[in-house]
Write a protein that binds this ligand. Structure first.
Ligand SMILES: Cc1cc2nc3c(=O)[nH]c(=O)nc-3n(C[C@H](O)[C@H](O)[C@H](O)COP(=O)(O)OP(=O)(O)OC[C@H]3O[C@@H](n4cnc5c(N)ncnc54)[C@H](O)[C@@H]3O)c2cc1C
Length: 388
């Protein structure tokens, strides 16, 4: 019974690793395999199916967790995603030209260069990285089961979820990434704190789209650098908390365009120069100078693959126990923007990735005291896994 269960699990796992025929599981009763020339084959290697930890994601949180877990000899397996949630492996930083606030790089460096360094560091520490997107997890079984979009199935005692979030963008002509008039990252951004201090925005008229707390924060931040900040909001009153509204509205450089939208972003072919404001009540449009347009219309956390098995908040972010990266499921940790709707910076994501790997160590020590095979809780779940 146990042997066939192990064989089933081995088959399941081997089928995922390139879809090759699974090696048979070792069995004390099996006769040694014999080659045609009569010599005995080496015994088949035991299934390497169950990893200590699988890390899902590839931004600063995932790579920091991987570096720590690898150095703790957990041989982490990372799924970095294949354009998961529309973001390249490496995460949100791959979409930005210059990162100037990550410690250790006083001259700044490009987002892709920084993420390449994260990846190289993870691999050097001993992380195995697969460029696949995780499509589903099964957290009701132990070890946990992880399925990928390409049909792979993997098992691990613990998971670190670091799938990040994506900043919502608005489909405004001229604010995209392609075409002759496309000013994304050439004046248009989704992160004022990240990009607002860049020289191109200094002493220039700027605008923020949004009406919540984030929009107010971004406007206040940008007011330090720009000559003026127009908050463009589609309703006739702001959604932000009263205190944030008061702060923003009291600032001499900030004004709000209520019941308004941005109909177009225009530039000189190189950088953003103006925006077309549309009065949503009258339909009238006006053009105003603007060298920096910032979206503050929310983020979407990448959590759909969790299938509701981990407790999320109302906006879909993974809920972690305060001051930790522990989720509602024992052995599942969450780090980075997928569980953080407040700070959302590379360095805070990296910090929580470190926490997740260190909490993982404590968790694995607990498992060591009560091995999975002997655990009353683990037995039925493991049997279930093995029979899939
Ligand atoms: C334009 C822009 C500029 C920024 N500039 C700065 C800056 O200058 N400084 C700064 O500190 N911060 C900056 N940030 C914020 C910073 O990028 C994020 O806070 C940080 O990247 C979050 O890291 P993370 O590890 O949580 O995950 P993310 O960077 O969000 O990466 C998560 C990764 O997981 C992958 N993934 C998602 N789902 C799956 C799945 N199911 N299976 C496998 N993989 C999956 C995604 O494709 C993505 O590659 C910027 C953000 C943006 C959008």
């Amino acid at each position: 019974m146990v042997d066939s269960a192990v064989a089933d699990a081995a088959a399941d796992v081997a089928a995922t690793n390139g879809g090759e025929t699974p090696a048979p599981a070792p069995s004390s009763e099996a006769a040694p395999a014999v080659e045609l020339d009569g010599s005995a084959l080496p015994p088949p290697s035991p299934p390497t199916s169950v990893r200590d930890v699988i890390i899902i994601g590839s931004g600063p949180a995932a790579h920091t967790a991987a570096i720590y877990a690898a150095r703790a000899e957990r041989q982490p397996l990372m799924f970095e995603g294949m354009l998961a949630a529309g973001v390249a492996a490496g995460g949100q930083l791959t979409t930005t030209t210059e990162v100037e606030n990550f410690p250790g790089f006083p001259g700044g460096l490009s987002g892709p260069e920084l993420t390449d360094r994260f990846r190289a560091h993870s691999i050097a520490a001993g992380t195995e990285i697969l460029t696949e997107t995780v499509s589903a997890v099964d957290l009701a079984v132990r070890p946990f089961k992880v399925s990928t979009e390409w049909g792979g199935t993997y098992f691990a005692h613990a998971l670190i979820i670091a799938t990040g979030a994506t900043a919502r963008r608005l489909d405004i002509p001229g604010a995209g990434e392609t075409g002759p008039e496309a000013y994304w990252q050439r004046g248009v951004s989704a992160c004022a704190v990240c990009d607002g201090a860049a020289p191109t925005f200094r002493d220039k008229p700027l605008a923020v789209i949004g009406g919540g707390d984030t929009a107010m924060e971004e406007a206040l931040f940008l007011a330090k650098y720009g000559t003026s900040v127009t908050v463009v909001h589609r309703r006739d009153e702001l959604r932000a908390s009263k205190v944030m509204q008061r702060r923003a509205l009291a600032h001499p450089k900030i004004r709000v365009a209520y019941s308004a939208g941005v109909a177009a972003a225009k530039g000189d072919g190189s950088l953003l120069q103006t925006i077309v404001l549309k009065d949503l009540k009258s339909g009238a449009t006006t053009e105003q100078p603007c060298n920096g347009l910032f979206f503050a219309v929310g983020h979407v956390p990448s959590t759909s693959f969790l299938g509701g098995q981990v407790t999320l908040d109302a906006d879909g972010y993974v809920l972690t126990k305060p001051g930790t990266t522990r989720t509602s499921v024992d052995g599942v940790f969450a780090a980075g923007d997928v569980q953080d709707k407040q700070w959302r910076q590379a360095v805070t994501a990296a910090g929580s990735g470190c926490m997740a790997a260190m909490e993982l160590e404590h968790y694995m020590a607990t498992l060591g005291e009560q091995p999975l095979e002997d655990s009353a809780e683990a037995k039925p779940a493991q049997a279930e896994t093995m029979h899939q």
